[in-house]
Ligand binder design. Structure first.
Ligand code: AMP
Length: 291
């Protein structure tokens, strides 16, 4: 595996790979890698000839009171993990390489960025869309892989790629969880053992609501209430939001209709803010499906 630090070097490599008619798969990350990240890389490895992973803790997607400074960073450990996953190139640029002096161009995806995470984290998706646009222009991947763990981010980026005509296909892969149900996250590293146990309440709440949905509950208020009661019973948890939105356009729902809905939560466990979600699918009636 080659570690690439500069924008110019990465652009030159990408051009060379393209000239050799080899496809590029790309997994952008902020490092502190875990099995969730690795699941994206394994799929990218299976689909593409050349695998590029980036590690960049992107300052523009963090709010001033957020954890940019403390975000876990361990490039040596991450690089060793990536080498064992047969990654070809690790792109680990510096902030000034991604954002040259007097940087002044930002990407805003309207309509999908204001709800949920966008409401709690002002400017977050502007930072995400901007950095991913830059990275896509540098790496020029045929396919870019993202996790459903950040469902709204995936939707924002899919829309950006379509609207701005990036020549990249976006693939979104399922959430990888611990056996306890806790969704893997780099931020889980902040949790004590007791907090980690408490954090399983996010998945428990979502699962209960999902079961109620399968059994016929369609009211957003009732489904949200199920999650809320479950999480409220955990003394270490403090709810930021629980929301039920259309899984595609992210408009808030009053009632789950015949389209997939996204039940999403953000919860503080101590000072650590965790997010999780579940898609409530469309359950086909047997006789309707047979028509
Ligand atoms: P991050 O390093 O947190 O920016 O994440 C990089 C990519 O990994 C994003 O596309 C995330 O959605 C994805 N990811 C993070 N956690 C998980 C998980 N538990 N399962 C699947 N994908 C994940």
């Amino acid at each position: 595996m080659e570690i690439v630090k500069s924008r110019q070097q990465m652009v030159a490599i990408a051009r060379e790979v393209q000239r050799a008619n080899r496809s590029i798969g790309f997994v952008p990350t902020m490092g502190a890698l875990h099995e969730g990240h690795l699941s994206l890389m394994r799929e990218a490895r299976a689909q593409c000839d050349t695998l590029v992973v980036s590690i960049f803790v992107n300052p523009t997607q963090f709010g001033p009171a957020e954890d940019f400074t403390n975000y876990p960073r361990d490039l040596d450990r991450d690089a060793a993990l990536l080498a064992s996953e047969q990654v070809d190139y690790l792109f680990a640029p510096t902030a000034s390489d991604v954002y040259p002096p007097e940087f002044s161009t930002y990407v805003t995806v309207e309509g999908l960025s204001e709800q949920l995470e966008g409401a709690s984290r002002q400017g977050h998706f502007r930072g995400v869309a901007t950095v991913v646009a830059i990275l896509l222009n540098i790496v020029r991947p045929d396919v870019a892989f993202f996790g459903q763990k950040d469902a709204q981010q995936a939707a924002v980026l899919k829309r950006m790629v379509r609207d701005l005509a990036f020549d990249t296909r976006v693939v979104v892969l399922p959430i990888v969880r611990e056996e306890s149900g806790l969704a893997l996250s780099s931020r889980n590293a902040y949790l004590t053992d007791e907090q980690k146990r408490a954090a399983t309440v996010l998945h428990r709440g979502l699962s209960r609501a999902s079961r109620a949905h399968r059994e016929g509950e369609r009211s957003a208020e009732c489904l949200i209430q199920i999650v809320s009661e479950t999480i409220a019973a955990e003394p270490l948890a403090r709810i930021d939001y629980i929301s039920l939105n259309d899984a595609e356009d992210f408009q808030p729902l009053v009632q789950v209709e015949n389209r997939p809905a996204l039940l999403a939560v953000a919860v503080y466990i101590g000072k650590t803010r965790l997010i999780d979600n579940m898609v409530l699918g469309v359950t086909q009636k047997k006789d309707a499906a047979a028509v």
